[in-house]
Design a protein around this ligand. Structure first.
Ligand code: HSE
Length: 331
């Protein structure tokens, strides 16, 4: 593999997704180098506690607590810490220094996406976040690129894996919400603060990101109507079942046109009754599905794993390869 240029990758965070990203970079180094035309060198992994247990065994010398220094020495920064700070500051520093940034941080992108995109644009860097919505499912790139020439009217789907897991287990196996939540947590689906999932905040963040890209406009997360699943009881699920329905937490974003020709966007997240013969009723466990309706393309459906360490890492790696290729083309 001599002759390849080295690209230094700084990884911020080593939770269930970060550990899988590090594993994939190390395990598939030669294959990725051949595909990209540059070698991805994992320069370091910034964490709070170097000695904390990890999902994957990784060389100890890669770990550092000095995230700022790692950012300064990286060509591409992968941010998987989650939360707003220090992620926002570190990403801004990375972009201002000319590094490309890949993140899965939906909370940050939903709240500060426009500001970070502008910081990237100013220096010609790339900010990508495919993994922030529906984990392994390629949905943001299709919306932004493949459908760029079409007129999208509606984006609708199941975009939270853990609430889908909980509702699905309650519906199909009669599990209690508590038991299903515990397993969802063990599978790495739930956020560190599960309220974000069960109260619909996570789905609302994803609805904001989807709507902003689909409708080429800023859709603040506060503008998304939000209801979670904590009020849903086993009795309601059984009653829905007897009537031929299943309860799913849906995120819906649609373009509205007023009589005077002006446009707006409506975005909402709420538990909805879905007929059992609808394709969304067959989205089980931690899977997600997103329907896109576009004027010329008609109805498209994207389906796959919506949560999980390796599954989310797959989307992060896709963005990483895309960013790395820019260095080769540009370099
Ligand atoms: N907690 C999120 C979910 C993880 O359940 O969908 C993936 O974004």
């Amino acid at each position: 593999m001599n002759g390849y240029r080295d690209l230094r990758i700084g990884l911020l965070g080593c939770g269930s997704v970060g550990a899988q990203v590090a594993r994939l970079i190390l395990a598939h180094g030669d294959e990725l180098a051949a595909r990209i035309g540059a070698r991805l060198t994992l320069a370091g992994i910034a964490v709070r506690d170097v000695d904390a247990p990890r999902d994957v065994e990784l060389p100890r010398e890669l770990f550092t607590t000095d995230a700022e220094r790692l950012v300064q020495g990286s060509d591409i920064v992968i941010e998987l810490m989650g939360g707003i700070e220090p992620a926002r500051t570190l990403i801004t520093q990375a972009l201002q220094g000319g590094a490309d940034v890949v993140t899965a941080n939906k909370a940050l992108i939903a709240a500060h996406g426009p500001e970070l995109s502008e910081a990237a644009e100013q220096v010609g860097a790339q900010l990508s976040y495919e993994a922030a919505v529906a984990a392994a499912i390629p949905i943001l790139r299709p919306l932004r690129e493949s459908l760029a020439g079409d007129h999208i009217t509606r984006v609708l789907g199941i975009v939270n894996g853990s609430t889908n897991y909980i509702l699905d287990r309650m519906d199909r196996f009669g599990d209690s919400a508590e038991d299903a939540s515990r397993v969802a947590s063990e599978l790495g689906f739930l956020e560190a603060d599960p309220t974000l999932d069960v109260e619909g905040y996570d789905a609302a963040q994803k609805a904001t990101i989807l709507a902003s890209i689909a409708f080429h406009t800023e859709v603040p997360v506060d503008a998304v109507h939000r209801e979670g699943i904590t009020q849903i009881t086993a009795e309601q699920i059984d009653a829905a079942k007897s009537a031929g329905y299943v309860i799913k937490l849906l995120a819906i974003a649609e373009r509205l046109q007023a009589a005077d020709g002006t446009h707006g966007v409506s975005a909402r997240v709420y538990p909805a009754l879905i007929r059992r013969d609808h394709p969304l009723a067959a989205v089980h466990e931690g899977k997600n599905a997103v329907f896109v309706e576009a004027e010329a393309a008609g109805e498209l459906m994207f389906y796959g794993a919506g949560a999980g360490g390796a599954e989310t890492a797959s989307a992060v790696l896709g963005d990483l390869v895309s960013a790395a290729r820019r260095h080769v083309v540009g370099g």
